[in-house]
Each structure stands twice: as structure tokens, then as C-alpha cells.
Design a protein around this ligand. Structure first.
Ligand SMILES: Cc1cc2nc3c(=O)[nH]c(=O)nc-3n(C[C@H](O)[C@H](O)[C@H](O)COP(=O)(O)OP(=O)(O)OC[C@H]3O[C@@H](n4cnc5c(N)ncnc54)[C@H](O)[C@@H]3O)c2cc1C
Length: 231
């Protein structure tokens, strides 16, 4: 392909595309999953805000359930899990759907076009949400039929900052590693990229580009990660 300017915006496949021009990027992909389900008992008020429980949790499995977890190789779910289970009403006010998430799984994995979502995820999230909203106990006992699990990959650097701007390969720029905040950051990231390409980078934007890895004074690097507070 002949061009003066190529921008790699391949999301989870950012590193794969960069490898085609010989660049190794310090990024990993982590599958992020969400649950949407009906709330026929109305345990989450329609006016409830997006609510997050930051405390880690030890789920109260029964002995029988612990045995099943062992059988299925899921013992780690019986150990303390990190915080950040979250829920909110979903859809319009007259809908009875809710949306829940819990990023207790944070291991990186290679991105796939069609990721697999583990079958136990919705059950585990509902159990975690029960601490936040005790009425959810009704769904631990009997999960609604129409539960849907979906999601995608967070592509992220170790310090959870994006990569926006030029690289050592002339004409090859990046806009990616936008982790779990890419929708919020999209306009600023694009404005920053356009300024780099136009030859007049926005002051400070080097800290959000590959340039930070050559700058001993960069405020956040893999060795000095910022507090991510990631959901
Ligand atoms: C479940 C979930 C919930 C999220 N919620 C939020 C939220 O509430 N707020 C928020 O700010 N962010 C959220 N995010 C993060 C946000 O979605 C991402 O940060 C953002 O989408 C990243 O944008 P991107 O353009 O880098 O990648 P993407 O949006 O993934 O776009 C990459 C595009 O490149 C295409 N592509 C890939 N490889 C190739 C190739 N070889 N050739 C051509 N095209 C290719 C893909 O098909 C895709 O269209 C969420 C992410 C997930 C997974």
C-alpha cells in the first residue's frame, strides 16, 4: 500500500496491524463482559444511578457449589474476587431490563473476532450484585430466562494510557490502546492525532503517544503506572 500517512486504528488488533510494519507495541487485550437481563421483580429501581461496589468479595458458595466449581476447574471463583461489581437500569424508564458487570477476570488473552463468554459469568455477576442490591438474591435462586452476555476487548498499555500519535516508522501513526474509556476519549484522541499529523502537536500530547517511552520525566509509564480505577 502506497500512502504518506497510515493510521492504525484496529482496536484490539492494534498490535497485529503494527507488527506488519515491524513495530512491537506494549499492549495487551483483556476481554470485558457485561450482562443484560430482565428484572421482573423490580429489585433495581428505574431511577437508580449507575452503582459500583468497590469492595472485594468472597462469594458465599454452598459446599455443593464449591464441589461443582472444583469439578469444572473454576476454584478461583471460590477465592476472594476483586471489587467493582456494578449495575444500572437499562433502556427506557418503562423497561424492566438491567445491565450488570464485574471485571473480576483481568487476564490478557489474544483477541479473537468472536470471543467466547464463559457460561458461568452471568451467575457469578448476579451473586456479586446481591451484596450490592440484596433483592438480587431472587435471581440467584431463579435466573430469568432471557439473560444475555456480551462484550469485547479492552486494548491497553500496562499504564492504561492510550497510544495516539506518530511512531518510529515514517508515516505510520497510532490511535488506540483506548482501554475502557475510548468512547469518552474519542474526540480528544482524534483531535490530538490530527494535530500530530498536521505537524503541530498539542502540548502534553506526547505523554499519550509512544514518545512517553523515551521521556524519563513522563508522568506515567509501565514502571510508574497511574492509578487506573478501571471498570
Ligand atoms: C463491553 C465494553 C463496554 C465499554 N463501555 C465503554 C463506555 O461505557 N465508555 C467508554 O468510553 N468506553 C467504553 N468501552 C471502551 C471502548 O469501546 C473502546 O475504548 C473503543 O471502542 C476503542 O476504540 P477503537 O477505535 O480503538 O477500537 P474499536 O472500536 O474496536 O474499532 C476498531 C475497528 O477496527 C476494525 N479492524 C480491526 N482490525 C482490522 C484490520 N486488520 N483491517 C481493517 N479493520 C480492522 C474493527 O473491525 C473495528 O471496526 C467499552 C468497551 C467494551 C468492550
Amino acid at each position: 500500500m502506497e500512502t504518506r500517512c497510515f493510521v492504525d486504528v484496529a482496536g484490539p488488533f492494534l498490535a497485529e496491524v503494527a507488527r506488519k510494519v515491524g513495530l512491537q507495541l506494549p499492549v495487551a487485550t483483556v476481554l470485558h463482559r457485561l450482562v443484560v437481563m430482565p428484572d421482573p421483580h423490580g429489585v433495581v429501581p428505574r431511577a437508580a444511578p449507575y452503582t459500583i461496589l468497590t469492595e472485594p468479595q468472597d462469594l458465599p458458595w454452598s459446599d455443593q457449589e464449591r464441589a461443582w466449581l472444583r469439578e469444572d476447574g473454576l476454584e478461583r471463583l471460590a477465592k476472594p474476587l476483586p471489587g467493582a461489581v456494578h449495575l444500572r437500569p437499562d433502556g427506557p424508564l418503562d423497561s424492566d431490563w438491567i445491565r450488570l458487570g464485574w471485571p473480576y477476570h483481568r487476564e490478557a488473552e489474544p483477541p479473537r473476532g468472536e470471543p467466547d463468554f464463559p457460561p458461568e459469568f452471568a451467575d457469578v455477576v448476579v451473586r456479586g450484585a446481591y451484596r450490592l442490591c440484596p433483592g438480587m438474591a431472587r435471581y440467584v435462586e431463579a435466573m430469568p430466562a432471557r439473560v444475555s452476555v456480551f462484550g469485547g476487548y479492552y486494548c491497553k498499555t500496562p499504564e492504561n494510557l492510550p497510544l495516539v500519535g506518530p511512531t518510529d516508522v515514517a508515516g505510520f501513526s497510532l490511535m488506540g490502546a483506548l482501554s475502557g474509556y475510548g468512547m469518552m476519549a474519542a474526540c480528544t484522541a482524534a483531535a490530538s492525532l490530527a494535530a500530530w499529523i498536521g505537524g503541530d502537536p498539542i502540548p502534553g500530547s506526547e505523554y499519550f503517544s509512544m514518545a512517553r517511552y523515551e521521556d524519563a520525566d513522563a508522568p506515567s509509564t509501565p514502571e510508574r503506572p497511574a492509578v487506573a480505577g478501571e471498570l
